[in-house]
Ligand binder design. Structure first.
Ligand SMILES: NC(=O)c1ccc[n+]([C@@H]2O[C@H](COP(=O)([O-])OP(=O)(O)OC[C@H]3O[C@@H](n4cnc5c(N)ncnc54)[C@H](O)[C@@H]3O)[C@@H](O)[C@H]2O)c1
Length: 243
């Protein structure tokens, strides 16, 4: 399913959050194969070390909700790579439950990681991105950020709707030098969804996605092929959003 690597990211220096697992990890593997230098940011030290070994990336442990921790990790990566040309924000969490079951503390946690965490990472990377000749930010939102039709995911859907609109606002503010786009996946086969019910009838393609299919979309939005695309919310959801 994966086309042969073609050095599409040769010379690019990319920081990926959530790089220890799932979509972030698969993106790190694809980007390494496409010639990018990588900084891998995640709060899971053990799995981060594994991915760093596999991809040759710099392991930068940090919690995306903690600005000082992110600032240190970004600086470490930027110095090691001699700059940052691109960011992929894939760190995220989901907490299921009805509005009555999910308390305010859990609501805040989901918003903190998924939305504020994305904002913090962008803020910390901006001084480096501003010096790059062709800079990109790709935020992983969700189909739930476009059409929130799954029950018991209110906090998650709100956070991902926020990521879609944060992306648009950043695209307007940072143009023309930095392009900012979001990818909105349907259900993807990752550790996050391991225990989820998989109702594939919601998808025209009648299946969930392989993480590589999301990584390929992130590659497109990070590479030169998408040079006139900014502020987009790209649904990569096997046809869920038009159901
Ligand atoms: N899997 C899906 O079906 C799906 C669908 C739509 C969107 N997404 C989004 O894609 C992104 C990646 O999801 P995934 O399925 O690969 O999940 P995953 O659980 O496999 O990976 C998420 C990674 O984020 C890291 N992380 C979580 N909180 C963090 C924090 N505070 N600081 C730093 N790192 C943190 C975790 O350690 C983990 O390595 C998430 O934003 C998720 O919401 C996933």
């Amino acid at each position: 399913m994966s086309p042969a690597p073609s050095d599409r990211l040769r010379g690019r220096r990319i920081l990926i959050t959530g790089a220890a697992s799932g979509i972030g990890r698969r993106t790190a593997e694809l980007f390494a194969a496409e010639g990018a230098a990588l900084t891998l940011l995640d709060c899971d030290r053990k799995r981060l070390a594994e991915v760093a070994r596999e991809t040759g990336g710099v392991a930068a442990e940090a919690d995306v909700t903690q600005e000082a921790s992110v600032a240190r990790a970004v600086e470490r990566g930027a110095i090691a790579m001699d700059g940052i040309d691109g960011v992929v924000n894939a760190a995220g969490i989901v907490i299921h439950g009805s509005v009555l079951d999910v308390g305010v503390a859990d609501w805040k946690l989901v918003l903190d990681v998924n939305l504020t965490g994305t904002y913090i990472v962008v803020r910390c990377c901006l001084p480096w991105l501003a010096k790059a000749p062709f800079a990109t930010i790709v935020n992983i939102a969700s189909g739930q950020g476009l059409v929130p039709n799954a029950p018991n995911m209110t906090a998650y859907a709100a956070s991902k709707g926020g990521v879609v609109n944060l992306t648009r606002a950043l695209a307007a503010e940072l143009a023309p030098s930095i392009r900012v786009n979001s990818v909105c996946p349907g259900m993807v086969d990752t550790p996050m969804t391991a225990g989820f019910e998989r109702d594939v009838n919601r998808y025209a393609m009648k299946r969930v996605a392989d993480p590589l299919e999301i990584a390929q979309a992130i590659l497109f939005l990070t590479g030169t092929e998408s040079s006139f695309i900014t502020g987009a919310a790209l649904a990569v959801d096997g046809g869920r959003t038009f159901h």
